[in-house]
Design a protein around this ligand. Structure first.
Ligand code: AR6
Length: 334
Protein backbone atom coordinates (compact mmCIF):
# COMPACT_ATOMS: atom_id res chain seq x y z
CA UNK A 1 0.00 0.00 0.00
CA UNK A 2 1.64 3.28 -1.03
CA UNK A 3 0.75 5.23 2.15
CA UNK A 4 0.42 3.36 5.41
CA UNK A 5 -0.08 4.73 8.85
CA UNK A 6 1.45 2.37 11.38
CA UNK A 7 2.01 2.39 15.10
CA UNK A 8 5.63 1.56 15.77
CA UNK A 9 9.00 2.75 16.96
CA UNK A 10 10.61 4.19 13.83
CA UNK A 11 14.03 2.81 14.78
CA UNK A 12 12.59 -0.68 14.21
CA UNK A 13 11.39 -0.01 10.67
CA UNK A 14 13.00 -2.15 8.03
CA UNK A 15 12.87 0.26 5.10
CA UNK A 16 15.24 1.94 2.65
CA UNK A 17 15.21 5.12 4.73
CA UNK A 18 13.71 6.45 7.92
CA UNK A 19 13.31 10.19 8.37
CA UNK A 20 14.68 11.90 11.44
CA UNK A 21 13.02 14.97 13.00
CA UNK A 22 16.33 16.71 13.70
CA UNK A 23 17.45 20.22 14.63
CA UNK A 24 19.58 22.60 12.55
CA UNK A 25 22.86 21.38 14.06
CA UNK A 26 22.18 17.76 13.03
CA UNK A 27 24.19 16.77 16.07
CA UNK A 28 21.45 14.86 17.87
CA UNK A 29 18.91 15.76 20.53
CA UNK A 30 15.91 14.31 22.32
CA UNK A 31 12.71 12.70 21.01
CA UNK A 32 12.91 10.64 17.88
CA UNK A 33 16.30 12.18 17.05
CA UNK A 34 17.78 10.80 20.28
CA UNK A 35 16.19 7.39 19.70
CA UNK A 36 17.59 7.20 16.15
CA UNK A 37 21.11 8.16 17.23
CA UNK A 38 21.05 5.64 20.08
CA UNK A 39 19.88 2.83 17.81
CA UNK A 40 22.23 3.74 14.92
CA UNK A 41 25.39 4.01 17.06
CA UNK A 42 28.24 6.53 17.09
CA UNK A 43 28.94 6.25 13.34
CA UNK A 44 25.81 8.26 12.62
CA UNK A 45 26.94 11.25 14.70
CA UNK A 46 30.37 11.11 13.04
CA UNK A 47 28.81 11.36 9.61
CA UNK A 48 26.39 14.08 10.76
CA UNK A 49 29.37 16.21 11.86
CA UNK A 50 30.53 16.31 8.24
CA UNK A 51 27.25 17.76 6.94
CA UNK A 52 27.50 21.32 8.26
CA UNK A 53 23.98 21.38 9.70
CA UNK A 54 20.71 21.76 7.86
CA UNK A 55 18.24 24.64 7.46
CA UNK A 56 14.66 24.38 8.67
CA UNK A 57 12.48 22.87 5.92
CA UNK A 58 15.46 21.20 4.21
CA UNK A 59 16.76 17.61 4.32
CA UNK A 60 20.10 15.77 4.22
CA UNK A 61 20.95 12.07 4.02
CA UNK A 62 23.33 9.72 5.87
CA UNK A 63 23.84 5.98 6.23
CA UNK A 64 21.73 3.97 8.66
CA UNK A 65 24.62 2.29 10.54
CA UNK A 66 23.20 -0.19 13.07
CA UNK A 67 19.58 0.61 12.21
CA UNK A 68 17.51 -1.88 10.20
CA UNK A 69 16.94 1.04 7.76
CA UNK A 70 19.71 1.49 5.19
CA UNK A 71 19.64 5.30 5.30
CA UNK A 72 18.50 8.16 7.48
CA UNK A 73 17.08 11.32 5.94
CA UNK A 74 17.45 14.16 8.43
CA UNK A 75 15.00 17.01 8.15
CA UNK A 76 14.43 19.98 10.39
CA UNK A 77 10.84 20.87 11.17
CA UNK A 78 9.69 24.33 12.26
CA UNK A 79 9.26 25.23 15.91
CA UNK A 80 5.53 25.91 16.27
CA UNK A 81 4.69 29.34 17.63
CA UNK A 82 1.10 30.24 16.74
CA UNK A 83 0.65 28.98 13.19
CA UNK A 84 1.17 32.48 11.74
CA UNK A 85 4.90 32.25 11.23
CA UNK A 86 5.08 30.12 8.11
CA UNK A 87 5.10 26.89 10.12
CA UNK A 88 2.82 25.00 7.73
CA UNK A 89 4.83 25.86 4.60
CA UNK A 90 8.05 24.86 6.36
CA UNK A 91 6.59 21.58 7.55
CA UNK A 92 5.31 20.81 4.03
CA UNK A 93 8.76 21.56 2.74
CA UNK A 94 10.29 18.99 5.17
CA UNK A 95 8.13 16.23 3.67
CA UNK A 96 8.66 17.39 0.10
CA UNK A 97 12.45 17.71 0.43
CA UNK A 98 12.73 14.34 2.18
CA UNK A 99 10.63 12.63 -0.48
CA UNK A 100 12.68 14.28 -3.23
CA UNK A 101 15.87 12.91 -1.65
CA UNK A 102 14.31 9.46 -1.37
CA UNK A 103 13.28 9.60 -5.01
CA UNK A 104 16.74 10.77 -6.10
CA UNK A 105 18.22 7.70 -4.38
CA UNK A 106 15.68 5.33 -5.93
CA UNK A 107 14.22 4.30 -2.57
CA UNK A 108 11.12 2.14 -2.59
CA UNK A 109 10.21 2.38 1.09
CA UNK A 110 10.47 5.37 3.43
CA UNK A 111 9.17 5.91 6.96
CA UNK A 112 8.38 9.30 8.51
CA UNK A 113 7.70 10.22 12.13
CA UNK A 114 5.26 13.08 12.69
CA UNK A 115 7.82 15.84 12.24
CA UNK A 116 7.64 18.84 14.61
CA UNK A 117 4.79 17.28 16.59
CA UNK A 118 6.82 16.59 19.75
CA UNK A 119 9.36 18.95 21.27
CA UNK A 120 8.70 21.53 18.50
CA UNK A 121 5.05 21.69 19.51
CA UNK A 122 3.14 21.46 16.20
CA UNK A 123 -0.43 20.34 17.06
CA UNK A 124 -0.51 16.63 16.28
CA UNK A 125 -3.75 16.51 14.30
CA UNK A 126 -2.58 19.35 12.05
CA UNK A 127 0.91 17.85 11.74
CA UNK A 128 -0.70 14.61 10.62
CA UNK A 129 -2.84 16.39 8.05
CA UNK A 130 0.19 18.13 6.56
CA UNK A 131 2.01 14.78 6.39
CA UNK A 132 -0.90 13.00 4.73
CA UNK A 133 -1.56 15.82 2.24
CA UNK A 134 2.02 16.22 1.04
CA UNK A 135 2.74 12.48 0.91
CA UNK A 136 -0.47 11.67 -0.93
CA UNK A 137 0.21 14.42 -3.49
CA UNK A 138 3.68 12.97 -4.03
CA UNK A 139 2.29 9.45 -4.44
CA UNK A 140 -0.05 10.55 -7.19
CA UNK A 141 3.04 11.07 -9.33
CA UNK A 142 5.51 8.57 -7.87
CA UNK A 143 5.73 4.88 -6.98
CA UNK A 144 6.93 4.45 -3.43
CA UNK A 145 5.65 2.95 -0.21
CA UNK A 146 5.60 5.61 2.47
CA UNK A 147 4.88 4.94 6.14
CA UNK A 148 3.80 7.50 8.67
CA UNK A 149 4.94 6.04 11.95
CA UNK A 150 2.92 6.98 14.97
CA UNK A 151 4.67 6.29 18.22
CA UNK A 152 1.82 6.46 20.68
CA UNK A 153 -1.88 6.17 20.08
CA UNK A 154 -2.56 9.55 21.66
CA UNK A 155 -0.48 11.08 18.88
CA UNK A 156 -3.00 9.97 16.37
CA UNK A 157 -6.31 11.67 16.82
CA UNK A 158 -8.70 12.80 14.23
CA UNK A 159 -10.47 16.01 15.22
CA UNK A 160 -12.66 15.71 18.30
CA UNK A 161 -15.67 16.78 16.25
CA UNK A 162 -15.19 14.15 13.53
CA UNK A 163 -14.49 11.50 16.15
CA UNK A 164 -17.67 12.37 18.05
CA UNK A 165 -19.68 12.49 14.84
CA UNK A 166 -18.54 9.05 13.72
CA UNK A 167 -18.98 7.62 17.22
CA UNK A 168 -22.57 8.85 17.18
CA UNK A 169 -23.17 7.38 13.73
CA UNK A 170 -21.81 4.03 14.93
CA UNK A 171 -24.04 4.19 18.00
CA UNK A 172 -27.09 4.91 15.88
CA UNK A 173 -26.40 2.12 13.43
CA UNK A 174 -24.43 -0.56 15.20
CA UNK A 175 -26.16 -3.95 15.16
CA UNK A 176 -29.35 -2.21 14.13
CA UNK A 177 -29.55 -4.00 10.81
CA UNK A 178 -30.99 -1.77 8.17
CA UNK A 179 -34.31 -3.12 6.98
CA UNK A 180 -36.05 -1.86 3.95
CA UNK A 181 -39.61 -2.57 4.99
CA UNK A 182 -40.98 -2.72 1.50
CA UNK A 183 -38.37 -5.21 0.37
CA UNK A 184 -39.00 -7.15 3.56
CA UNK A 185 -42.73 -7.33 2.94
CA UNK A 186 -42.16 -8.64 -0.58
CA UNK A 187 -39.87 -11.31 0.78
CA UNK A 188 -42.44 -12.26 3.42
CA UNK A 189 -45.22 -12.48 0.86
CA UNK A 190 -43.46 -14.82 -1.51
CA UNK A 191 -44.05 -18.17 0.22
CA UNK A 192 -47.77 -17.46 0.50
CA UNK A 193 -48.27 -16.23 -3.03
CA UNK A 194 -50.22 -18.49 -5.34
CA UNK A 195 -48.64 -17.14 -8.46
CA UNK A 196 -44.98 -16.57 -9.18
CA UNK A 197 -46.04 -13.78 -11.54
CA UNK A 198 -47.54 -11.88 -8.67
CA UNK A 199 -44.27 -11.96 -6.83
CA UNK A 200 -42.38 -10.93 -9.94
CA UNK A 201 -44.79 -8.07 -10.61
CA UNK A 202 -44.53 -6.96 -7.02
CA UNK A 203 -40.75 -7.09 -7.23
CA UNK A 204 -40.72 -5.09 -10.44
CA UNK A 205 -43.22 -2.59 -9.14
CA UNK A 206 -40.88 -2.13 -6.22
CA UNK A 207 -37.96 -1.63 -8.57
CA UNK A 208 -40.13 0.60 -10.78
CA UNK A 209 -38.93 -1.14 -13.93
CA UNK A 210 -40.74 -3.21 -16.55
CA UNK A 211 -40.33 -6.94 -15.87
CA UNK A 212 -38.43 -7.78 -19.05
CA UNK A 213 -36.06 -4.85 -18.81
CA UNK A 214 -35.35 -5.65 -15.19
CA UNK A 215 -34.65 -9.30 -15.92
CA UNK A 216 -32.51 -8.38 -18.89
CA UNK A 217 -30.43 -6.02 -16.80
CA UNK A 218 -30.04 -8.63 -14.07
CA UNK A 219 -29.00 -11.36 -16.50
CA UNK A 220 -26.44 -9.08 -18.11
CA UNK A 221 -24.97 -8.41 -14.68
CA UNK A 222 -24.63 -12.09 -13.80
CA UNK A 223 -21.51 -12.49 -15.80
CA UNK A 224 -19.80 -9.27 -14.84
CA UNK A 225 -17.03 -10.04 -12.38
CA UNK A 226 -15.49 -7.64 -9.87
CA UNK A 227 -12.59 -7.02 -12.21
CA UNK A 228 -14.86 -6.31 -15.17
CA UNK A 229 -17.04 -3.97 -13.17
CA UNK A 230 -13.97 -2.15 -11.91
CA UNK A 231 -12.63 -1.61 -15.44
CA UNK A 232 -16.06 -0.57 -16.72
CA UNK A 233 -16.44 1.97 -13.93
CA UNK A 234 -12.95 3.37 -14.55
CA UNK A 235 -13.99 3.99 -18.17
CA UNK A 236 -17.35 5.43 -17.23
CA UNK A 237 -15.71 7.86 -14.82
CA UNK A 238 -13.19 8.90 -17.47
CA UNK A 239 -10.27 7.98 -15.22
CA UNK A 240 -7.01 6.34 -16.21
CA UNK A 241 -6.05 3.08 -14.49
CA UNK A 242 -3.22 4.85 -12.68
CA UNK A 243 -5.46 7.63 -11.41
CA UNK A 244 -7.83 5.02 -10.04
CA UNK A 245 -5.36 2.76 -8.25
CA UNK A 246 -3.34 5.65 -6.89
CA UNK A 247 -6.42 7.33 -5.50
CA UNK A 248 -7.39 3.95 -4.03
CA UNK A 249 -3.96 3.76 -2.37
CA UNK A 250 -3.41 0.42 -4.11
CA UNK A 251 -0.07 -0.45 -5.64
CA UNK A 252 0.43 -0.97 -9.33
CA UNK A 253 1.33 -4.69 -9.05
CA UNK A 254 -1.91 -5.57 -7.33
CA UNK A 255 -3.90 -3.54 -9.82
CA UNK A 256 -2.22 -5.38 -12.73
CA UNK A 257 -3.17 -8.69 -11.13
CA UNK A 258 -6.80 -7.64 -10.87
CA UNK A 259 -6.78 -6.29 -14.42
CA UNK A 260 -5.37 -9.47 -15.94
CA UNK A 261 -7.51 -11.95 -14.02
CA UNK A 262 -11.22 -11.39 -14.54
CA UNK A 263 -12.03 -13.77 -11.70
CA UNK A 264 -9.71 -12.11 -9.21
CA UNK A 265 -11.26 -11.95 -5.72
CA UNK A 266 -9.91 -8.92 -3.85
CA UNK A 267 -10.00 -8.55 -0.07
CA UNK A 268 -12.87 -6.49 1.28
CA UNK A 269 -10.72 -3.43 2.14
CA UNK A 270 -9.28 -3.51 -1.39
CA UNK A 271 -12.72 -3.70 -2.99
CA UNK A 272 -13.91 -0.80 -0.83
CA UNK A 273 -10.80 1.21 -1.63
CA UNK A 274 -11.69 1.01 -5.33
CA UNK A 275 -15.30 1.98 -4.65
CA UNK A 276 -14.02 5.04 -2.77
CA UNK A 277 -11.56 5.89 -5.51
CA UNK A 278 -14.34 5.69 -8.11
CA UNK A 279 -16.60 7.75 -5.86
CA UNK A 280 -19.38 5.19 -6.16
CA UNK A 281 -22.70 5.76 -4.44
CA UNK A 282 -23.62 3.54 -1.54
CA UNK A 283 -25.75 1.39 -3.82
CA UNK A 284 -23.00 1.00 -6.42
CA UNK A 285 -20.51 0.23 -3.65
CA UNK A 286 -22.74 -2.57 -2.38
CA UNK A 287 -23.02 -3.88 -5.94
CA UNK A 288 -19.27 -3.89 -6.40
CA UNK A 289 -18.74 -5.58 -3.04
CA UNK A 290 -21.26 -8.30 -3.87
CA UNK A 291 -19.23 -9.15 -6.96
CA UNK A 292 -16.31 -9.87 -4.69
CA UNK A 293 -18.53 -11.84 -2.30
CA UNK A 294 -18.87 -9.15 0.40
CA UNK A 295 -21.50 -6.86 1.87
CA UNK A 296 -21.65 -3.83 4.13
CA UNK A 297 -23.17 -4.76 7.45
CA UNK A 298 -24.35 -2.82 10.47
CA UNK A 299 -22.88 -5.46 12.75
CA UNK A 300 -19.46 -4.22 11.95
CA UNK A 301 -17.84 -0.89 12.92
CA UNK A 302 -15.57 -0.90 9.89
CA UNK A 303 -18.57 -1.07 7.56
CA UNK A 304 -20.47 1.63 9.40
CA UNK A 305 -17.51 4.00 9.19
CA UNK A 306 -17.26 3.36 5.43
CA UNK A 307 -20.96 3.98 5.08
CA UNK A 308 -20.62 7.19 7.11
CA UNK A 309 -18.09 8.62 4.64
CA UNK A 310 -19.77 7.42 1.44
CA UNK A 311 -23.17 8.70 2.49
CA UNK A 312 -21.61 12.13 3.08
CA UNK A 313 -19.87 12.10 -0.29
CA UNK A 314 -16.46 12.21 1.40
CA UNK A 315 -14.17 10.02 -0.71
CA UNK A 316 -10.82 11.10 0.72
CA UNK A 317 -9.22 7.73 1.38
CA UNK A 318 -6.60 9.17 3.68
CA UNK A 319 -9.20 10.84 5.87
CA UNK A 320 -11.17 7.62 5.91
CA UNK A 321 -8.05 5.72 6.94
CA UNK A 322 -7.39 8.22 9.71
CA UNK A 323 -10.89 7.62 11.03
CA UNK A 324 -10.56 3.83 10.72
CA UNK A 325 -7.27 4.02 12.58
CA UNK A 326 -8.82 6.14 15.33
CA UNK A 327 -11.51 3.48 15.80
CA UNK A 328 -8.96 0.64 15.78
CA UNK A 329 -10.15 -0.77 12.47
CA UNK A 330 -8.03 -2.14 9.65
CA UNK A 331 -7.19 0.38 6.95
CA UNK A 332 -8.20 0.54 3.31
CA UNK A 333 -5.85 -0.39 0.53
CA UNK A 334 -3.87 -3.45 -0.40
N1 AR6 B 1 9.45 6.44 16.69
C1 AR6 B 1 8.49 7.15 16.09
N2 AR6 B 1 8.06 8.34 16.51
C2 AR6 B 1 8.64 8.84 17.64
C3 AR6 B 1 9.66 8.16 18.34
C4 AR6 B 1 10.06 6.91 17.82
N3 AR6 B 1 11.02 6.20 18.40
N4 AR6 B 1 10.02 8.92 19.41
C5 AR6 B 1 9.25 10.02 19.38
N5 AR6 B 1 8.41 9.98 18.32
P1 AR6 B 1 10.17 14.95 18.36
P2 AR6 B 1 10.15 17.46 16.84
C6 AR6 B 1 7.39 10.94 17.87
O1 AR6 B 1 10.09 15.69 19.64
O2 AR6 B 1 8.88 17.87 17.46
C7 AR6 B 1 14.83 16.79 19.08
O3 AR6 B 1 15.50 17.15 20.24
C8 AR6 B 1 6.87 11.90 18.90
O4 AR6 B 1 5.80 11.31 19.63
O5 AR6 B 1 11.11 13.82 18.29
O6 AR6 B 1 10.33 17.64 15.36
C9 AR6 B 1 15.52 17.33 17.83
O7 AR6 B 1 16.91 17.30 17.95
C10 AR6 B 1 6.37 13.02 18.02
O8 AR6 B 1 5.04 12.78 17.57
O9 AR6 B 1 10.58 15.95 17.14
C11 AR6 B 1 14.97 18.70 17.75
O10 AR6 B 1 15.65 19.57 18.61
C12 AR6 B 1 7.28 12.99 16.79
O11 AR6 B 1 8.02 11.76 16.90
C13 AR6 B 1 13.55 18.56 18.23
O12 AR6 B 1 13.55 17.42 19.08
C14 AR6 B 1 8.27 14.14 16.71
O13 AR6 B 1 8.69 14.51 18.00
C15 AR6 B 1 12.60 18.28 17.11
O14 AR6 B 1 11.29 18.29 17.59
Amino acid sequence: MPLEIVRNDITKMNVDAIVNAANESLLGGGGVDGAIHRAAGAGLLDECRTLGGCKTGKAKITGGYSLPAKYVIHTVGPVYRDGNHGEKALLESCYRESLALAKEHGFETVAFPLISSGIYGYPKDRALKVAVDVISDFLLENDMTVYIVIFDKAAYRISEKLFADIAEYIDDNYADEHTDHRRESIRMKAPFCASADAVKADFCEYMEMPVEAELDAKIKQIDESFSQMLLRKIDEKGMTDAQCYKKANIDRKLFSKIRSDIHYKPSKPTAIAFAISLELSLEETEDMLRKAGFALSHSNKFDIIIEYFISRGNYNIFEINEALFAFDQSLLGA
